[in-house]
Design a protein around this ligand. Structure first.
Ligand code: ADP
Ligand code: MG
Length: 688
């Protein structure tokens, strides 16, 4: 039970920050919630009508107010929390001025119902302008331990103010903001915010809940799943900061920033801005983090008495502390940037001497400056030098120089044009088939958001070998297994273009019979196809050809521009990416699989399997060996060169503009791994 409520001595009154305490419903409610917390409440319920403009009520289960204190409760400068001015230097309660209830009672009708542990019943009193309304004394009534304060008709006597606050939705938003912050910081206290008459609360947290569970309840699971811990302490400035921040994988629409200094919810625009700048380096435009900071300072280093609503506090070493927080957040984000969840297998450890330099180092700090950022120092333009230019084959360097042509020459090659992104977009969803829509929904709803962003924004650096490419994303370099990514990409391209493909006509249509025979020659079995007696070979082939019913041919043609003529010749295949010609030597395998591996029983399953087969056909397969041997022929060298060119200028170019929705499985498969953070690398080279 707190001390008695007393009138503050005049010398104290003269020295506390004066000004308007109640400006809008949200800040009146904040004062009442702080009173409840000061009273040791474990459960606080806020009920609001018309954004608090009509009424608001704060109910708690705190220690209550003594019957004897009720007469002066709403008078100005009456408080149980401060006796002399010196107490302010180590104040541990929110209140100390005895002004909130007085101010509210001057602009609203206030009813207080309260009961302490020692009283037999509760008492109810009405106040107006600081005193009992109409001289009515408190009346005994039934109640529970704790206090209920109701304020009605806010600003009924201030017409201009009332008119300025006409929008209940906006006021409700502000109230929600405040209660959310208190519920976050005082996790474990049960908070409810309700609209009067509504059965579902706007916000509700559980008693004794952990910080993480409370964050999930208040801000969503997405925030909670991407939380990083922040722990900073510094003896020189006598500061401890604990907090939770989201990693770069969380992409919020709004900047959710909460700052508590010695348990007070305060504004500190400079800190808020610096934290935003730190995130600006890792999040793309329009994406925001969640940041919750709990700053503990020596009470004598904080001045809580600088603002009438206590919204702003001053503290010693403000700049230095902001710097500390900024650096700590930057370090946390860096650490996780190297092991972003979608980049499971980090290769960084295998690279010698790529270590982060201590962030205390002044010269390093300069690179962290947004204006002079590492961004400027690393390569972000794919038209700059290519990786291939630095890869020299171990022998016959002369032959490579002979066959090597400049990039500009390559770009002028007539047979390849980069597919226009708009063209790809237009291609999307040409069909109204539900089963296709469902298959598309399946990967759209289960894709990895962070990875999708990666594939939208990367810069192509170069091909490492026949299968792996290096992509840069922000300040990180990633090694990507191209066949795996491209096969998932083509699956989506096929589904989205279903029923809208142009045919790619084969100039010399091969017979399906021949294709199947070629495919069977490549199939591993006990007895090789070629070694079978001719009659058996024919039986096998005609058995497969029987699957090619006119109905199926019709379906392939209508949906996929995959046409087989009546005399069973393959006339055309779908053109899934303009300017991309797939490897036609894989046609026999495709035809054989379309006839033997696809189940035509259910529509959805059939469409899915066909799309997978087509995706496998279009995506370049894994090539062995990844690096060409030293005795490779000129043709082989040329083949690899062409493959690299297509990877970059056709396939990855198309993928970037497509809106590819990578699966969550891809994030764990090891097909994408971070190699190194470029700013770390830059700093390492900078030292040389
Ligand atoms: P302050 O909080 O600065 O003391 P207020 O006007 O907010 O001033 O409150 C005046 C006093 O009323 C407080 O000091 C406290 O003793 C008492 N009081 C107000 N609300 C409550 C509550 N919910 N539970 C218990 N006591 C309360
Ligand atoms: Mg108070």
């Amino acid at each position: 039970m707190a001390g008695r409520i007393i009138r503050l001595p005049d010398d104290v009154v003269n020295r506390i920050a004066a000004g308007e305490v109640i400006q809008r419903p949200a800040n009146a409610i904040k004062e009442l919630v702080e009173n409840s917390l000061d009273a040791g409440a474990r459960c606080i319920t806020v009920t609001v009508s018309e954004g608090g403009l009509k009424s608001f009520c704060v109910q708690d289960d705190g220690h209550g107010i003594r019957f004897e204190d009720l007469p002066i409760l709403c008078e100005r400068h009456t408080t149980s929390k401060l006796e002399k001015y010196e107490d302010l230097s180590h104040i541990a309660t929110f209140g100390f001025r005895g002004e909130a209830l007085a101010s509210i009672s001057h602009v609203a009708n206030v009813t207080v119902t309260t009961m302490t542990a020692n009283q037999a019943c509760a008492y109810k009193a009405h106040y107006f302008a600081g005193v009992y309304e109409n001289g009515k004394n408190p009346i005994p009534c039934a109640g529970n331990r704790g206090t209920i304060i109701v304020a009605e008709h806010l600003f009924f006597n201030l017409k201009q103010r009332r008119e300025a606050l006409k929008n209940p939705t906006e006021e409700m938003r502000k109230i929600l903001h405040v209660i959310q912050r208190y519920a976050l910081h005082f996790h474990g206290v049960c908070f409810s915010l309700k609209k009067l008459g509504s059965s579902t609360p706007e916000l509700h947290t559980q008693k004794d809940a952990s910080l993480e569970a409370t964050i999930a309840a208040l801000f969503g699971n997405d925030v909670e799943q991407n939380l990083l811990r922040l722990n900073v302490s510094n003896d020189e400035y006598c500061v401890k900061v604990q907090g939770r921040i989201t990693s770069a994988n969380y992409v919020g629409k709004n900047y959710l920033f909460s700052l508590f200094v010695n348990n007070r919810l305060v504004d500190c625009p400079s800190l808020k801005r610096s934290v935003k700048d730190v995130y600006g380096k890792v999040l793309s435009k329009g994406r925001h983090p969640f940041v919750y900071l709990n700053v503990q300072l020596k009470p004598e280093n904080v001045d809580v008495n600088v603002h009438p609503t206590k919204q702003i506090v001053r503290f010693r070493y403000e700049e230095e502390i902001i710097r500390l927080i900024e650096d700590a957040i930057q370090d946390e984000l860096r650490k996780t940037d190297v092991s972003r969840p979608f980049m499971v297998s980090s290769q960084a450890s295998s690279l010698p001497d790529v270590r982060m330099m201590a962030s205390q180092d002044k010269s390093v700090r300069e690179f962290n400056d947004p204006d002079d950022a590492a961004w400027r120092l690393v390569r972000v333009d794919s038209r700059e030098q290519k990786l291939e230019q630095f890869l020299v084959r171990s022998t016959s360097s002369q032959s490579t120089t002979n066959t090597k042509r400049s990039l500009s020459q390559e770009l002028e090659e007539p047979q390849f044009h980069q597919p226009a992104v708009s063209e790809l977009k237009q291609k999307k969803r040409k069909t109204a088939l539900t089963s296709i829509a469902e298959l598309i929904d399946q990967y759209e709803q289960n894709h990895h958001v962070g990875l999708a962003e990666f594939f939208k924004e990367f810069t192509f650096v170069g091909c490492i070998d026949a299968n792996r490419v290096l992509l840069q994303h922000r300040l990180m370099l990633y090694m990507v297994n191209a066949p795996a990514i491209l096969s998932e990409f083509f699956y989506q391209v096929v589904l989205e273009g279903w029923q809208g493909f142009e045919p790619l006509h084969l100039s010399n249509p091969p017979s399906v019979d021949a294709l199947i025979r070629l495919a069977l020659e490549g199939v591993r079995s006990k007895v090789a196809f070629k070694d079978l007696p001719e009659s058996e070979q024919n039986n096998l082939v005609s058995g497969i050809l029987k699957c090619l019913t006119p109905k199926r041919r019709e379906m392939w043609k209508t949906y996929l521009a995959f046409e087989v003529s009546d005399d069973l010749k393959l006339i055309s295949i779908p053109c899934v990416l303009s300017s991309f010609t797939p490897d036609l030597t894989r046609l026999p395998r495709l035809m054989w699989r379309m006839l033997t591996k696809v189940s035509y029983a259910s529509e959805k399953e059939c469409f899915q399997q066909i799309s997978k087969e087509l995706a496998d056909f279009f995506a370049p397969p894994t090539m062995q060996p990844a690096f060409l041997p030293d005795d490779a022929t000129d043709d082989e060298i040329e083949e690899r060169r062409l493959r690299s060119f297509v990877m970059e200028n056709v396939l990855f170019h198309a993928l970037k503009g497509f809106g590819f929705k990578p699966s969550i499985a891809l994030s764990r498969s090891g097909d994408i791994s971070s190699v190194v953070s470029l700013d770390h690398l830059y700093k390492t080279f900078e030292r040389c």
